[in-house]
Design a binder for this molecule. Structure first.
Ligand code: C2E
Ligand code: MG
Ligand code: MG
Ligand code: MG
Length: 283
């Protein structure tokens, strides 16, 4: 079975997996959650100035009994389609807040919100109760939304963002530059952070345009009082270029891949310990 079935999933048509996921989730999302088939991994964002981890992003994983670890890009659209993203998103918020409450250095946790979840009437109540249940200070929770949310109904989007900010949580604009970006969004909506999409990071040093775009975005964000996290930093060359261009935080495989919750304390110790060493050498 190990051989036959184990390899089988590799060749399994995508449709088949989709059908399985749909069936499993529609039958009983609760059961899948209780059976710990879903899990959050965490990936650090390193602050350029302090060289320490300021925030960790929660990233959903599904341990499918047969197919192994399934990436969120393949799961979330299906969960949305069958109308279960609100309860799943609620679980993600609860888990992430509870995990962060136990982190040693008061790091923040950032949680991705799907557009459907963002427009749900329950969102503010769900965030409030996740904070209460975990005891996490609101200032340690960051919510990531994408540009697609902003294009919908500006008035109600603004109202929701302001209510969230009143709770004390911060807001990040994720994947900036990939959707229907408008610079006016940066002025109109109360973001604390803009995450520069990894497509710009990966083309740094290869196209002059990407360098110019990243520089323009970081300068604009700085002028507007927002921090900038570059996503998908994989090489030392990208790291150096992003620091020179004024990015305030960096996230990517160069520092760490997303890792299971239980590995976070050791990861923080390693990354922050390396920072202390670098400061000692520099200073
Ligand atoms: P995202 O929010 O933009 O998350 C960053 C993605 O980039 C993650 O993919 C992460 O593993 C990947 N990444 C990080 N560093 C590097 C790098 O150096 N190189 C490359 N090539 N990739 C890197 P992941 O975990 O597969 O998540 C994909 C997307 O799924 C996320 O993109 C987010 O939009 C969505 N997602 C993940 N978890 C959740 C969740 O709990 N709720 C919702 N609604 N969406 C989620
Ligand atoms: Mg994100
Ligand atoms: Mg992103
Ligand atoms: Mg993305």
């Amino acid at each position: 079975k190990a051989n036959g079935r184990g390899c089988h999933c590799f060749f399994e048509p995508e449709m088949n997996l989709h059908a399985q996921i749909r069936r499993t989730l529609r039958l009983d999302l609760r059961r899948a959650l209780d059976a710990r088939e879903f899990e959050l991994f965490y990936q650090p964002q390193v602050n350029v100035r302090t060289r320490k981890v300021g925030t960790l992003e929660a990233l959903l994983r599904w341990r499918h009994p047969e197919s192994g670890l399934v990436a969120p890009d393949r799961v979330i659209p299906l969960v949305e389609e069958i109308g279960l993203i609100v309860p799943l998103g609620e679980w993600v918020l609860e888990q992430a807040c509870a995990a962060a409450a136990g982190w040693p250095g008061q790091e923040k946790v950032s949680v991705n919100l799907s557009p459907v979840q963002f427009t749900s009437a329950r969102l503010v109540a769900v965030v409030t109760s996740a904070l209460q249940a975990s005891g996490l200070e609101a200032s340690r929770l960051e919510l990531e939304i994408t540009e697609s949310v902003l294009m919908r109904d500006t008035e109600s989007t603004l109202a929701t963002l302001h209510r969230l900010k009143q709770l004390g949580v911060s807001i990040a604009l994720d994947d900036f530059g990939t959707g229907y970006s408008s610079l006016s969004y940066l002025q109109r909506f109360p973001f604390d952070k803009v995450k520069i999409d990894k497509s710009f990071v990966s083309s740094l040093g290869r196209t002059a345009a990407s360098t110019a775009i990243v520089r323009a975005v970081t300068e604009l964000c700085m002028a507007l009082g927002m921090s900038t996290t570059a996503e998908g930093v994989e090489t030392e060359a990208q790291h150096a270029a992003l620091v020179a261009l004024g990015c305030t935080d960096l996230q990517g495989y160069l520092f760490s891949r997303p890792c299971p919750a239980e590995e976070v304390p050791a990861l923080l110790q390693k990354l922050n310990g390396a920072a202390a060493e670098a400061r000692a050498i520099a200073g």
